[in-house]
Ligand binder design. Sequence first.
Ligand SMILES: [Zn+2]
Length: 305
Amino acid sequence: MSKRLLFSAALLLTAGAAGAASKLTVVTATQDLAALGREVGGDLVTVGSIAMGYQDPHFVEAKPSFLLKLQKADLLAVVGLQLEIGWLPVLITQSRNAKIQVGAAGYMDMSQYCQILEIPTGQVTRAMGDVHPLGNPHYWLDPDNGRRIAKAFADKFSAMQPASASAFAGRYADFDKRLAAAEKGWEAKMAPYRGRKVITYHRSWPNFCDHFGLVVVDYIEPKPGIPPAPSHTLDLINLMKRDNIKLILVEPYFDLRAPNKIAQDTGGQVAVLLPSVGGVKQVTDYFQLFDYDINLLVTLFEKAK
Ligand SMILES: [Zn+2]
C-alpha cells in the first residue's frame, strides 16, 4: 500500500471515530416528534422532548430543565403553526444556542413537510376564539403525516451526519414499511365505522378523523380554546339526539364534566383519546398511539350500539 493510501485510510478511520463520538443531540417540542425521530435515528441520535404527552401542548409551563436541554441541542424540531407559541419561542431565545434559532440549520418546523387542514381563508379575529391562524397544528395524528415527519428527520439527520446517511435511509425505509402494515390493520378495524359522526372537545382530531373516515360535526368548546358554555352544551345535546351521534372524543387534559353530562343526556359515550405519545405511560411510540386510540374507539362504538 502506498503512503498516500495509508494516509487516507487513517483519515477515514479518524472521521468514522469522530462521527461515532459526536452523536446528534435532538430536542423536540413534543413526544410525538421525539418518537418519530427515534424511529429513524435509532442509536445514532439522542432524542429528548420538552412537552409531555399528557400535557396540553398549547400551554406548557416552562422549567429550567427545558433550557438545559435546548442549550445542548444540535437540532430542535417543533410542531409549528403556533401550537407552541405560548411557551417555546422565549425558551429558544433564552437558550442562546445559535444552532437552533429560528431559521438556523438546526431548527425544523415539521408543519412545512405535512398536509395541513383548516387553514383559514378569511381574516382571523379575536372574536373567533383561539383559532390557529396558520392552520390546524394537530396534524401528526394522520399516519401519512407521521411518515412525512419521519422522512424529514431522515433527510435532516443525513445532511447533518453524512457518514450515517445510508443507515438513516435504511431505518426510514423500515419504518415506512412497518407503518404501511400497521395502517392496513388500523383501517380494517375502523372500516365498519366509516362515516360515523362524532363530537370532539377541541379541534385536535381533523387529521385523525379524515384519515379514518369519521366526521366531526361540532365541538364541546363553543370556540377554539373557550371552555364549555351551557347554551352551546344544550345545542350539542339536541344535535346528538337528532342525528343519533354516540361518541364524544376528549383529550386527557380537559375537564370531563361537560362531556359526561352530554353523554348522560344522549345515551352517548365519552372517549378519552390520546392526542400524543406519552398520553398514558404504556403508550411510548407512534404505533402504540394509534393502537390505543383505535382499540378504544372500536370498543366504544360497539358499546354505543
Ligand atoms: Zn389546538
